[in-house]
Design a protein around this ligand. Structure first.
Ligand code: SF4
Length: 359
């Protein structure tokens, strides 16, 4: 292949879903879309945004395999181009390629080709045998892949039809980590945001994942209870997390998204957003009540508290491994005190985060 032939790669394309967690290699994960959209799509803070209002669809196994085959063609062609022309030249000339599929595979290869993320919102809703086969096929096609992760709904995981044996089979096939949106452990707040799951189901789901030997990331949304449910949100979330003891607790403070029912409620003054200091106090309550060995992560810029007036230094580190509990609990609590001692206007108010168009 010479450099002008790079354009030929534009013929290749496979389906790519809209989102994946930043902790999964960011733009460096191989993205394999196994379902389309979210089978629930009714959470009040999300409806109509992440997956628009698109209908949920299971993708036939043959279609998923075809996508993986296309990834293999792209990967083989890129690998031979890199061997022949050198990595730097291919990287420089990649502007000749407009296919997002090719860019995805290039980034994935450049980062070592080790991680893959199964899209979209609830891959575990697939029949276990089919998901297992998709994972096996992916690993067989790309033996360099060491980590395969996905999103899953707690409701799906808690169901009797998704047994512990099913999860163990998936682990055996190569599924290494699941990302679950816990948001809150408080049943009243779960009902309010229409999450479609109870705290009891969240606990059952989380424990099942852990027992199957699959790593678990639970996402928590500080601020979701507004001013009125702040305390019960923090305390009951800690209770649920204590009962699960996930590997990771990832904080994603609530930012109302335009077009969602909760955004409308905020606009009409029916939901009172908490201030940066109130959110820190809520997180303090959560952390004080945690009795886990998880890693607590602030790995998103919506954790918008700072140490300096000029906002150059985030209060909490934003890496994907965060703080190890309980060893670093006091460190996190000390940082919270530091954030509370700083003038509140140093931190970014959620109203300002709402102005960011891509959030
Ligand atoms: S389950 Fe997740 S993706 Fe689906 S509506 Fe709720 S938050 Fe959005």
């Amino acid at each position: 292949m010479n450099i002008s032939e790079l354009q030929r790669l534009n013929e290749y394309s496979f389906e790519i879903g809209p989102i994946r967690p930043p902790s999964e290699g960011g733009k460096y994960s191989l993205l394999v879309r196994v379902t389309r959209n979210c089978p629930w799509n009714l959470c009040k803070f999300c409806y109509g945004t992440l997956y628009n209002r698109e209908r949920f669809e299971l993708r036939p196994l043959e279609e998923i395999k075809r996508d993986i085959q296309t990834m293999k063609f792209i990967s083989d062609d890129l690998t031979s181009a890199i061997r022949k022309l050198g990595y730097s030249l291919v990287q420089t000339e990649l502007h000749l390629v407009s296919s997002p599929s090719v860019i995805t595979v290039f980034n994935w290869l450049a980062s070592g080709g080790r991680t893959a993320f199964l899209q979209d919102a609830d891959s575990l809703i697939m029949r276990t045998s089919e998901l297992q086969e998709a994972i096996r096929y992916l690993k067989q096609t790309f033996p360099s892949i060491q980590r395969i992760t996905s999103y899953a709904r707690a409701k799906t995981l808690a169901q009797k039809t998704k047994s512990l044996e099913d999860l163990k089979e998936l682990r055996k096939a190569g599924l290494t980590r699941l990302h679950v949106g816990l948001e809150t452990g408080d049943d009243e707040l779960l009902r309010f945001v229409n999450k479609g799951v109870t705290s009891e189901e969240q606990i059952a789901a989380g424990r099942k994942v852990k027992e199957a030997g699959i790593e678990l990331s639970e996402y928590v949304m500080p601020g979701l209870g507004g001013k009125t449910m702040m305390e019960r949100h923090a305390k009951n979330t800690a209770k649920v997390l204590n009962a699960i003891n996930p590997d990771y607790i990832r904080l994603r403070p609530f930012v109302p998204r335009r077009g969602t029912p909760l955004f409308e409620e905020c606009e009409k003054g029916k939901f009172e957003l908490t201030s940066p200091h109130e959110r820190l106090r809520e997180i303090r309550m959560l952390v004080e009540n945690l009795d886990v060995t998880s890693r607590l992560c602030f790995d998103h810029f919506v954790n918008a508290w700072y140490r300096e007036p000029h906002r150059n230094y985030p209060l909490f580190k934003r890496d994907f491994e965060g703080y190890k509990l309980p060893e670093e609990k006091n460190k996190v609590l000390a940082l919270i005190e530091e954030g509370l001692a700083i003038n509140e206007s140093t931190h970014i108010h959620v109203r300002d985060l709402m102005k960011i168009p891509y959030l």
